[in-house]
Design a protein around this ligand. Structure first.
Ligand code: SAM
Length: 216
């Protein structure tokens, strides 16, 4: 199977059928456990900040965390580039939503305490594009950004890379080391504060939630 372009991976969610089926990945016992681990890692990152008054959730997707976050935060805004995904979110909660591209958010600078970005960066192989997304998250946040990544220091990625090396799979997964993540954040004007792995010890999970604050 050929590596899909970033554009293709980011735009499939505009399809109404893809959006309607998105939540299926969190159905079933294992999906629910993965979902819950991510939620807990986000909660640990947010708890480090104390009370959070306003939060931008971009991309909010099909509203995976919208009901929870809009109850947790006095001012919540969900944003996504795909109208089909926003329609799914609308079916779950009454929180304000906006159609917006993370590359150029129609939102004011430092308008939110926290900008949250979950399950997007691993879809983007182009480092410049990831950094542009991070810069925009940094611009709209006053206190912190919370972003998840696929980390290379994990059993799953070591195994997948070994298989790719032996020709047993077509391509190695797109994963970054913690040092690469830190450098990417610095380029975007963000100071890294904490890694919140989804499991303990951290190498048991390929996902990590990163907390950072606008530098300076
Ligand atoms: C894998 S989903 C993740 C959604 C949600 N955060 C979650 O955890 O389920 C990726 C989402 O990114 C959105 N997306 C892709 N490119 C975007 C962009 N440039 N700006 C905003 N959203 C984008 C897609 O429409 C899709 O809803």
């Amino acid at each position: 199977m050929a590596i899909q372009s970033d554009e293709r991976k980011l735009s499939i969610y505009r399809d109404a059928d893809v959006a309607a089926r998105y939540d299926e990945r969190w159905a079933g016992a294992s999906g629910q456990r993965r979902d819950e681990r991510t939620r807990r890692a986000i909660e640990r990152a947010l708890a480090r900040l104390g009370p959070v008054e306003s939060l931008l959730d971009v991309p909010c997707g099909a509203g995976r965390f919208s009901a929870w976050l809009s109850q947790r935060t006095p001012r919540y805004l969900g944003a996504d580039a795909a109208l089909a995904m926003l329609a799914q979110t609308r079916g779950k909660c009454a929180a304000p939503l906006v159609a917006a591209d993370l590359a150029a958010l129609p939102l004011r600078t430092r308008g939110f305490d926290v900008a949250l970005c979950i399950r997007l960066m691993h879809l983007v192989r182009d480092a410049e594009r990831r950094t542009a997304f991070l810069r925009e998250l940094a611009r709209v946040s006053r206190r912190a950004v919370v972003v998840d990544y696929v980390q290379s220091e994990s059993l799953k990625v070591w195994y997948a890379r070994a298989r790719a090396g032996l020709g047993l799979r077509d391509h190695a997964p797109s994963a970054l080391s913690r040092e690469q993540i830190r450098a990417e954040f610095e380029r975007a004007g963000l100071e890294l504060l904490a890694f919140e792995p989804l499991r303990s010890p951290g190498w048991l999970s390929d996902k990590v939630v990163v907390l950072a604050r606008p530098a300076g």
